[in-house]
Design a protein around this ligand. Sequence first.
Ligand SMILES: Cc1ncc(COP(=O)(O)O)c(C=O)c1O
Length: 382
Amino acid sequence: MSFEFTNRIGRVEPSATLAISQLASELEAEGADVVDLSVGEPDFPTPENVVEAGKEAMDAGHTGYTGSNGIPELREAISEKLRGDGLEYDPEKVIVTPGAKQALYETFQTLVDDGEEVVLLDPAWVSYEAMAKLAGGELSRVDLSAHDFRLEPALEDLADVVSDDAALLVVNSPSNPSGAVYSDAALEGVRDLAVEHDVAVIADEIYERITYGADPTPLASLEGMDERTVTINGFSKAYSMTGWRLGYLAAPEELVDEASKLHSHSVSCATNFVQHAGIEALENTESDVEEMVEAFERRRDLLVELFKDHGIEVRAPEGAFYMMVPVDDDDQAWCEGAIQDAHVATVPGSAFGTPGYARLSYANSEERIREAIDRLASEDYL
Ligand SMILES: Cc1ncc(COP(=O)(O)O)c(C=O)c1O
């Protein structure tokens, strides 16, 4: 038969990063040694005590369904964690999800209707666009690349775009892909616009633990924001738990009530024993997180230095483990060439809404980072 696919799925493009990972796999299958600077996951193991907590939970029989929104102990621990960050969310305002991605998906589906406007700050993480389109939303985008990826100088541009018609504004700080951490003044600017136009805001703070000297302010902690913000966070990045699939959203109860309908009818709940391990991650991983962040910071500094040696000035990002590097206007061709000729995998900036850049992830060893830059230079990509 020939299937008739939905308009909904037709609105979404395959990921632009796919071409790169496909090329990388093909080259590796031919025996090439590819330096992968395209990855979005920490290259550290999950802390041992968290793995043990997962195993113990399995042995203790925590293998069945849980309450849809998560086990009470984890929702309590998340509420505590957020309280420590200056955010007041009772456990009833938390939905535990299989990854932050699912929390974001549920939020888009709950808040965005056909034809409604979703505002993104570019460069924006690839899945926001797809999620907005799946929900039927129309995108308005504000480009931060001309402002060194800072939000404050772009607030006027944002003001031109945010109107009473906007249904949702997405803020991701620290940012994937730029690594920017938005200043308090920038976040207050966002708050003023959101309040003036009565817009709901997603604060995707999944990289909040991975910062270098910056201390990001949670958006919902600003006056007027708790009633309109959905705070998104997860365990993938801070605790190196990408494959465990654990995240959450925290939001006003009326939104949680609606989103939890979708949650219960789609995923039922996050994996039971993974939720138990999540409590351990929140409560007993301070030194692991510190070590990982210190390693990322050394690599970030190394990359900035190596680019400088090749005459390329890049601002050291204050958070996450990515940086945007200016490349050719045709960034897709640059990235494909870089992997083909230098065997270095990066992601084209156009995937994030900002052509002319490549995103480099420094979730790789210093040795491999040096190797990557050497190869790019010797193949004339720098
Ligand atoms: C900005 C951002 N938000 C959300 C996610 C989703 O993370 P996860 O679903 O693994 O928790 C990612 C992962 O790459 C991300 O970069």
